[in-house]
Design a protein around this ligand. Structure first.
Ligand code: ES4
Ligand code: ZN
Length: 319
């Protein structure tokens, strides 16, 4: 039995398996530039974040209707349940869909159809986190926040993703202030490919409660000390770091050292269809590659509930 855990760093568009991509392409009359699922899988070899993102945004062309988003999320939730996930906080990228002519209501209502039935069907509680694309303008992010206003009862918080370098957190200061004023929780990707200073900026300027990735904090001992002192959760994604070449091989991942340093680490799958594993696969992989023992895996699982946007009682119950 996999350890019960919460998944806190998961892009729903990154759960699109080649088989479902072809099924949705056929349903919607979308032509994919790959002969079959095997050829598509072969395209899943990336040099860096940008080469991954190009494929990730391209494949979204198959997602057009509420039913498509429902099927995508339901397929993820079924897999997550089998991996011991009891609670999932799920990112989505509305701007990537709006730009293709898919209204934000279609995205949110479609996802919500699957999420609303998730506890009963899969035993997984869920939350939605709306991400802004940091390589687009702050104005576009603000427009997206406004477009989401009729749906805020379905959204727990906002995040920041896409190409990191050259797009520091401070660019989105006003958007995050507006989101906080609407009662939304705040997270942001920082220190994945970007420098440690972006992590500090996400904390001080955006006032995020969790840092997504945060990997590169290890280059700055004072920042590590601060993250430990303030018990800031980091949502690490070791398989993603290897596939996107932030780390050469999993054996060199700093997860064990980060835990030794007292950092509040969680382990997540990021874009599991692309990076070779769902979250329990990732737990197994770090156990094998880094010698992280069962007790530390349980610590990671406990951290995931503590860092979740659940009230204390719900988190204790899930444990
Ligand atoms: C992402 Cl791994 C990663 N980093 C930044 N943005 C993303 N969007 C989807 N996956
Ligand atoms: Zn991510």
């Amino acid at each position: 039995m996999p350890i019960p855990k919460a998944e806190l760093h998961l892009h729903i568009e990154g759960t699109l398996e080649p088989e479902l991509a072809f099924e949705l392409a056929a349903r919607n009359g979308v032509e994919l530039p790959y002969a079959d699922t095997e050829e598509l899988r072969k395209a899943y070899l990336f040099d860096d974040l940008q080469s991954f993102l190009d494929l990730y945004y391209g494949l979204m062309a198959v997602l057009r209707t509420e039913a498509d988003f429902e099927d995508l999320a339901d397929a993820y939730l079924a897999r997550a349940a089998a991996q011991g996930v009891r609670h999932a906080e799920i990112f989505f990228d509305p701007q990537a869909h709006i730009a293709r002519g898919v209204p934000i209501a279609t995205v949110i209502e479609g996802l919500a159809r699957a999420l609303d039935r998730s506890e009963e069907r899969h035993g997984v509680s869920t939350r939605l986190i709306m991400c802004f694309l940091r390589d687009q303008s702050a104005e576009s992010a603000m427009e997206t926040l406004h477009a989401a206003r009729p749906h805020l009862d379905r959204i727990i918080g906002v995040g920041l993703d896409s190409a990191e370098v050259g797009h520091p957190p401070a660019k989105f200061k006003e958007v995050y202030e507006a989101a906080a004023a609407l009662g939304l929780r705040l997270v942001a990707h920082a220190g994945e490919e970007g420098p440690p200073a972006y992590i500090t900026e996400a904390l001080d300027v955006l006032r995020v409660e969790r840092v997504d990735h945060g990997l590169r904090c290890m280059e700055d001992p004072e920042l590590v000390e601060r993250l430990v002192r303030e018990r800031v959760p980091l949502t690490l994604c070791p398989l993603s770091n290897v596939r996107l070449r932030a780390i050469d091989v999993l054996e060199e991942h700093p997860l064990a050292r980060m835990m030794d340093a007292g950092l509040m680490c969680t382990v997540n799958s990021d874009d599991p269809a692309y990076f070779g594993g769902y979250v329990d696969d990732t737990f197994h992989a770090v156990r094998e590659a880094l010698g992280i023992d069962q007790e530390r895996l349980r610590t990671l699982a406990r951290n995931s509930f503590e860092a979740a946007f659940l009230d204390r009682d719900a988190a204790d119950e899930a444990l």
